[in-house]
Write a protein that binds this ligand. Structure first.
Ligand code: ADP
Length: 327
């Protein structure tokens, strides 16, 4: 569908994209995640043809054209303030010289799908951020784009709106079958709705894979850390933990790393007066509780759902899953 081949870009002598290779499949929902300044927007601007790469090429199944556009929905939504919601959504068809009645019919249908038919005659300034975003996406979809690019679609939304919006975007993408690339630093939402994810760090596309594999089998420590909290446990401390049989095999596989990595939610513990760990901290984080547990001179982080121990209490720990680096 779309191939990014060995694309590099420099700004004032500083490389912001380094030899990017990426293949986007027809009809998939692909997300690029990475820290701020990693080069995500630059890559999207190059894919959208709004910017030129210094080297490498973008190869698309069909050439970009008015009939096969690549449309980017910007995070500020960029709606036309002097046009009504209906006129905003119908705008692209007006540019294509589609007769008024036909374009308004198509725009109305989309507004209905987006659940904002009652806002058709209102102006953007009267809408909530979530409604503005729906208008912005509807305005892009009406042109049946070959590729839809969503630039930080959750940036202007309240925390509690983000997940609902993510689910709605996914449902819409499936309904219309549009190949979609999303750029975001909201990893949770990206993991929830993407078919595949690309991790971009300091201009390099470090890993491209399904959300599950990227999370559990990151290619290196840096990627593991970017995606969530990790414990790095020196191998000589493994004897203080219970390990399922499968993990004992895994831990022996990679002797060159002197420590193993596991995520905070991949551990559990129970009170045990003879256990090797001591609870040193309890932090309630809404849906989860973060425990810190000291074992000799190291501290382990564990996420749990219930408050089951007190500070100072002794515990035994089990590791349930280890991150396999370099998978
Ligand atoms: P992200 O979207 O991941 O936050 P960007 O692609 O916006 O990252 O930016 C990557 C780097 O390139 C940043 O250091 C940014 O300051 C720089 N940059 C982006 N656009 C320009 C530009 N037009 N001129 C100079 N530097 C730029």
């Amino acid at each position: 569908m779309l191939k990014v081949k060995n694309v590099s870009k420099e700004y004032r002598g500083r490389k912001v994209l380094k030899n990017i290779d990426l293949h986007i499949h027809q009809g998939e929902f692909f997300s690029i995640v990475g820290p701020s300044g990693a080069g995500k927007s630059t890559l999207m601007r190059i894919i959208s043809n709004l910017e030129k790469q210094d080297s490498g090429e973008i190869v698309s199944l069909k050439p970009y054209s008015k009939e096969n556009p690549v449309i980017m929905v910007f995070q500020d939504f960029s709606l036309f303030p002097h046009l009504t919601v209906l006129e905003n959504v119908a705008y692209g068809l007006k540019m294509r010289k589609i007769p008024r009645q036909m374009r308004e019919e198509r725009a109305s249908k989309l507004l209905s799908w987006f659940g904002i038919s009652d806002k058709a005659q209102e102006f953007p300034s009267m809408l909530s951020a979530g409604q503005k975003q729906r208008v912005a996406i509807a305005r892009a979809l009406i042109l049946n784009p070959m590729i839809l690019i969503l630039d930080e679609p959750f940036a202007n939304l309240d925390k509690n709106l983000k997940m609902n919006t993510a689910l709605f975007i996914k449902k819409t993408q499936r309904e219309f079958g549009i190949t979609t690339i999303m750029v975001t630093h909201d990893q949770e939402e990206a993991f929830y709705i993407s078919d595949r994810i690309g991790i971009l760090i300091e201009g390099r596309l470090i890993q491209t894979d399904t959300p599950e594999r990227v999370y559990n089998q990151p290619v290196n420590r840096e990627t593991a850390l970017f995606l969530g909290q990790i414990n790095e446990i020196p191998r000589e401390y493994l004897s203080f933990f219970s390990l399922p049989d499968s993990l004992i095999f895994d831990t022996g596989k990679d002797e060159k790393n002197s420590s193993v990595i596991c995520r905070y939610e991949a551990l559990s513990f129970f009170p045990d007066p003879n256990g090797p760990g001591v609870v040193t901290g309890i932090h309630v984080w809404g849906k989860m509780i973060l425990y810190t547990i000291g074992i000799k001179d190291i501290t382990i982080g564990v996420y749990a759902l219930q408050m089951s121990v007190q500070i100072g209490e002794k515990v035994s720990l089990t590791i349930h899953h280890l991150i396999q680096q370099g998978a």
